[in-house]
Design a protein around this ligand. Structure first.
Ligand SMILES: [Zn+2]
Length: 100
């Protein structure tokens, strides 16, 4: 195999890694459990966001960090999605729309 071919194969492998990384990032960004967690928080949290709820102090990585506020909502959202608890989702969404 020529060095040129070896170089091209290396470039292909690098591109494949970048594609996999970009796909993983896209999946993470579109995680439906995060969106449902946001919705549940918006509808159900009536806490003071200065010192009663940590939501505003956390970031997108907090959803998967046990012990954070976002993680509590994320776990609840995952349970709703995994169990396909449609009635609960409809209740939350209906409540959400009625408060807007
Ligand atoms: Zn809150």
């Amino acid at each position: 195999m020529t060095p040129e071919i070896r170089t091209m194969e290396e470039q292909v492998r690098e591109l494949q890694k970048k594609i996999e990384s970009a796909k993983a990032a896209e999946l993470e960004a579109n995680d439906p459990a995060k969106k449902v967690a946001d919705l549940i928080h918006t509808v159900t949290c009536h806490s003071n966001h200065v010192d009663m709820c940590g939501w505003e102090y956390e970031n997108s990585e907090s959803y998967k960090k046990p012990g954070t506020t976002r993680n509590r909502y994320y776990v609840r959202a995952q349970k709703l999605i995994v169990n396909e608890n449609v009635k609960e989702l409809i209740r939350i969404i209906t409540k959400f729309h009625s408060t807007r």
